[in-house]
Ligand binder design. Structure first.
Ligand SMILES: Cc1ncc(COP(=O)(O)O)c(C=O)c1O
Length: 396
């Protein structure tokens, strides 16, 4: 059966790096649950993390139950009953529009947790500065619904607001953050400088745990913001906590030729289990088991040896890796292998811990991969195995 396999030592390595960056800069490092929410792995992350970023009530509850620490919530719009429960568990609630803020302001300001300082309220703003290349991930595209643009804030009544939040990056470096902060400062610096401001949240999209990320430049920026504006600074990366910590292990179900291609059908679906492969689009690195092989995926099992699949046509046997669904475009990609593939072979899709497990569906009734943790001693613990009853239940 297909399996999302998450390495706890790899998660800890990321978490320690993020923690160290937080300590050096004085900024708080939150885990964005939208990227990774496997709570059975939280014991590994908790010692190194200041809390969670939640996209609404469910993630905030998950944070309160399983992580603890600071809970920062942002949603494009809150339902009334959701907001009332969030008032009891969140530490920051950031609003996406002035009408939402005005609608809930009195309830927020009257709440005992606001009055005793446990809860602070903020606005997400739009610095109107695009650094990305993929429109679907860019909250600064023309017509964006995410964040209040500068002109909408002119003359607004900000009584009760003590924080600002922007999230505009996606898989980017400190240089893009520095440029974005300058754009933010141009539009909103005067607000951040006001004595009522207590925090600035710089969102996610920071590739801090990638080897070539310039962490010193980030630390310098964060220290400067804290000193210049006298606010607490928060970062809420998601991907950076989980990058290179998980794989999706799949099995070849069938191999056949059609219309000039060799097709290999796997027991996993891009659409149902790793939608970023289609949305972004994103081409995962792929490995096969091969004695004496030279490659190694992010997460390997003791006793297994691997070869990395090449681009189409590079190695002797090229296959189009596809899903067992009806969707014609449910294709992972064309990859070449050192030896022919056969039903029963294991295929490893690399870097599949973030934005995968949190996004899966039961489309076409394809069985959901199990979820396992790989411990430091090499032991493998299955923490989730969904079955037919789960498929039937969630469809109503
Ligand atoms: C508001 C907000 N914060 C944090 C994140 C986490 O981003 P990433 O996983 O790219 O670091 C996202 C991702 O979309 C987001 O929308």
């Amino acid at each position: 059966m297909a399996d999302f396999l998450i390495s706890l030592p790899a998660l800890e390595k990321n978490a320690r790096l993020l923690h160290e960056t937080g300590v050096r800069s004085g900024a708080k490092m939150l885990l964005a649950l939208k990227a990774f929410s496997t709570t059975t792995a939280f014991d590994t992350i908790r010692p190194w993390c200041d809390g969670c970023c939640a996209s609404g009530l469910y993630e905030a509850r998950l944070a309160a139950r399983h992580m603890g620490g600071h809970i920062a919530v942002f949603s494009p719009a809150y339902r009334e009953e959701e907001l009332h429960e969030l008032l009891n568990i969140a530490h920051h609630i950031d609003f996406n529009s002035l009408p939402q803020w005005e609608r809930y302001r009195e309830a927020c300001l009257a709440h005992p947790r606001y009055q005793n300082g446990e809860l602070q309220l903020g606005l997400r703003v739009n610095p109107c500065y695009s650094t990305g290349h993929t429109a679907i991930y860019d909250p600064c595209v023309p017509g964006s619904r995410l964040g209040i643009p500068p002109e909408e804030l002119c003359g607004a009544d900000l009584r009760g607001i003590s924080g600002l939040h922007f999230h505009t990056l996606c898989e980017q470096g400190s240089a893009e953050l520095i440029d974005t902060f300058r754009a933010f400062e141009k539009h909103f610096g005067h607000l951040l400088a006001s004595p009522s401001m207590r925090y600035l949240n710089l969102g996610g999209g920071h590739w801090i745990t990638k080897p070539n990320y310039d962490r010193s430049a980030l630390v310098q920026l964060l220290q400067a913001i804290r000193t210049d504006y006298k606010v607490e600074v928060y970062l809420e990366p998601g991907e950076a906590w989980a990058i290179h910590s998980g794989v999706l292990r799949a099995t070849v179900l069938d191999v056949f030729p059609s219309l000039g291609y060799q097709h290999a059908i796997l027991d996993v679906s891009a659409s149902a289990h790793m939608p970023d492969v289609l949305e972004m689009p994103y081409r995962p690195d792929v490995y096969c088991l091969q004695p004496g092989g030279t490659g190694k995926p992010a997460v390997s099992l003791p006793g297994e040896e691997y070869s990395q699949a090449g681009e189409s046509g590079v190695l002797p046997y090229t296959y189009r890796l596809g899903a067992p669904t009806c969707l014609a475009g449910d294709i992972i990609g064309d990859y070449s292998f050192p030896a022919p593939l056969s039903p029963g072979d294991t295929i490893i899709l690399d870097d599949m811990a973030h934005y995968t497990i949190v996004k899966t569906t039961h489309f076409n009734g394809v069985p959901h991969p199990s979820i396992s943790l790989l411990h430091a001693d090499g032991s493998r613990q299955t923490v989730c195995r969904l079955n037919y009853a789960d498929f039937e239940h969630r469809l109503g």
